[in-house]
Design a protein around this ligand. Structure first.
Ligand SMILES: Nc1nc2c(c(=O)[nH]1)N[C@H]1C(S)=C(S)[C@@H](COP(=O)(O)O)O[C@H]1N2
Ligand SMILES: [Mo]
Length: 427
């Protein structure tokens, strides 16, 4: 039996018995592919491998190369590829700082990148004048624009679906709203000639596949022309006024706010103007698609009954106070957070401290710009000592609210926009 290489050992060892079953044969011999995976993760062959007992993970895994990264406060969900989310109380900044932005890698980031030699190639069936740009050329030839743009992984909230679905078990932390600076995707595409037949723009990134196979693409998603041509769709070269950090797609990335984060290609080397719906890696099959019509939890859904996720649904977070703290009963408690609604604006925000019996409106600020999350704040008074929960519910400009319960189950666990809840103990 071959070990599936597309997963980290940390994830594998979450269940040591299962890890044993995968890595070791019944004769207690480490299977070939398992040995290779171990060695690759450790970055060295294991000379005494034959003496390594079954059921124990090499101690170096606790300090494997990617985990050495400085990620204070982030919760690492997987180390290969690296996936880490941000606890709600660390998302209290209007502009999410780099070290507090979740990391969602599908493969391995490029190493030793050279900004001077980086090339972005624009081509595709519906591209009239294919050409490449250096980063210096992009910066010189096109106007620069800065926007705060929310980035949320389509799988944010996946951990709550029942029956469980495979994939990174994100709770609420695969969201952030950094400030991005770059050139408009539209301006660049227009210079390269958009044919009348253009339907979609797909991206190409420089990350490499976990299998080590250079011919395999990690991820190549895209957006329909209308989304690509929006003012806010950027080819970004800076985040929060600085070079984009390595894990977030240095030196160049696509940012299409309000849609699943997966359309915002990192380590961007190519754009394809397609005359059809882009069919790159993770565009087809079950990836980033949900049943076009609701299905019963756990049901198998045929590929042709799955529809591509576009705008993300309305959602909010309580970023202050931190869940679980003690507050004084009978006195006002300041509560705040952010709300966002994909392509739309958030119209209203409501708070409950009595398990949804009654709701009070929260003050809601306008977004810094279109597709940026919005600050909300409220003051609540807990009547006496005891356990309380604060529930927060946003409503979008079309009148759709967040559901109290986990919404429609889907095979990959996307689009969970259930209300966020925190616990408070009043003394
Ligand atoms: N080249 C490339 N781009 C990518 C990814 C990736 O693995 N490779 N992950 C995508 C996904 S699924 C998400 S949610 C966002 C995450 O961006 P972040 O890691 O900067 O938060 O990047 C997207 N762009
Ligand atoms: Mo994602």
């Amino acid at each position: 039996m071959a070990i599936k290489k597309e997963r980290g050992l940390r994830e594998l060892y979450q269940d040591p018995h299962h890890a044993d079953a995968v890595l070791w044969s019944r004769r207690r011999v480490l299977q070939g592919a398992g040995a290779m995976t171990l060695a690759r993760t450790l970055g060295a062959a294991i000379p005494y491998l034959r003496y390594l007992p079954a059921g124990i993970a090499p101690v170096a895994l606790a300090q494997s190369s990617e985990v050495v990264l400085d990620l204070p406060g982030l919760r690492v969900l997987n180390d290969r590829p690296l996936n880490a989310e941000t606890p709600a109380h660390l998302l209290d900044d209007e502009i999410t700082p780099a070290q507090r932005l979740f990391i969602r890698n599908n493969g391995l980031p490029p190493v030793d990148i050279s900004v001077d030699d980086w090339e972005l190639t624009i081509d595709g069936e519906a591209c009239l004048a294919p050409r490449s740009f250096s980063i210096a050329q992009l910066k010189k030839d096109f106007a620069h624009h800065t926007y705060s743009l929310q980035l949320e992984c389509g799988g944010n909230g996946r951990a709550e679906f029942r029956p469980r679905v495979p994939g990174n078990q994100w709770s609420t932390g695969a969201i952030g709203c950094p400030q991005w600076t770059g050139v408009r995707l539209r301006d660049v595409l227009e210079v390269c000639g958009i044919a009348d037949s253009a339907v979609y723009v797909g991206f190409k990134g420089a990350d490499s596949h976990l299998s080590g196979d250079p011919n395999k693409t990690v991820i190549s998603r895209g957006v329909p022309m209308a989304k690509a041509l929006e003012d806010e769709s950027l080819i970004a070269f800076a985040m929060n006024g600085e070079d984009i950090p390595m894990q977030h797609g240095a030196p160049l990335r696509l940012v299409c706010g309000g849609w699943p984060g997966s359309v915002s290609g990192k380590w961007l080397t190519g754009l394809h103007i397609r005359d059809r719906v882009h069919d790159g890696a993770k565009m087809t099959g079950t990836s980033y698609r949900v049943p076009c019509r609701p299905v019963a939890p756990g049901e198998t859904v045929a590929d042709e009954d799955l529809c591509i996720i576009e705008s993300m649904p309305v959602k909010s977070l309580i970023t202050y106070p931190r869940s679980g703290i003690e507050v004084a009963g009978g006195k006002p408690v300041h509560v705040r957070g952010f709300a966002w609604a994909g392509d739309l604006e958030v119209a209203r925000m409501a708070i409950s401290v009595d398990f949804g019996q009654s709701w009070q409106p929260a003050r809601l600020d306008p977004p810094a710009n279109r597709l940026a999350w919005q600050r909300w704040q409220a003051s609540v008074t807990l009547p006496g000592a005891g356990y309380y929960e604060v529930w927060a519910r946003a409503e979008d400009s079309n009148g759709l609210s967040q559901p109290m319960l986990v919404p429609g189950w889907n095979p990959k666990g996307y689009l969970n926009n259930a209300t966020h809840r925190i616990a408070l103990k009043a003394t």
